[in-house]
Ligand binder design. Structure first.
Ligand code: FES
Length: 191
């Protein structure tokens, strides 16, 4: 005659609880899931790595724009190496405001002339990436908040940039970066 046991010790032994409290059955399930995850990664990575542009291709890419139609006081947003870049044609008032600031008072001392090109001091080209934690500041599009100093404003943590895109207030440590670029007639080539 068949017999059944209701011995609680036998049931505990079947679950084999270890000193760390993990049952053997739990361990087997976790190991199986982990193996599936690693297999998935191995299959996905070659696809992603084949689709992504190589580092040297990315580093050599340039952005070319006709800036002839950007009116005084207007800014546009473009993309350079997958990051936003702002191009602004400064008004005489914005240039005067930037030039009126003593560089001694600046966290990242630079003149407007040092941030623009000779003969094109009214064209300000900067990366649209806040130097605090990388948010995209406001101020390039019509009607956007330009902050307390009339340039760009990063609302993430309150960084204010002036008309030369220099940091004036808030946590950002440095000015908005100026990329390498050339201007020939009305053609701007960044990179
Ligand atoms: S990311 Fe711009 S202020 Fe923090």
């Amino acid at each position: 005659m068949a017999t059944t046991t209701s011995n609680p010790e036998a049931s505990v032994a079947a679950d084999a609880v270890g000193e760390d409290g993990v049952r053997r059955r739990d361990f087997i399930e976790i190991a199986a899931v982990s193996a599936a995850g690693i297999g998935g990664l191995i299959m996905v990575y070659p696809l992603v790595s084949q689709m992504a542009p190589s580092a040297d291709v990315l580093a050599e890419s340039t952005t070319e724009l006709d800036i002839g139609s950007i009116e005084t006081g207007q800014a546009i947003k473009a993309v350079f190496r997958k990051q936003p870049v702002f191009i602004r044609r400064l008004t005489p008032e914005e240039i005067a405001a930037a030039d009126a600031v003593s560089t001694d008072s600046l966290r990242d001392p630079q003149t407007l002339a040092e941030r623009t090109q000779e003969g094109h001091e009214d064209v300000l080209v900067v990366m649209g990436v806040c130097t605090h934690l990388g948010c995209v500041p406001l101020g390039a599009a019509e009607g956007e908040d330009k902050g307390e100093f009339g340039g760009y404003f990063c609302p993430c943590h309150g960084s204010h940039y002036d008309t030369a895109a220099r940091i004036r207030k808030g946590p950002a440590p440095t000015n908005l970066a100026v990329p390498e670029y050339t201007i020939t007639d009305t053609t701007l080539v960044i990179g």
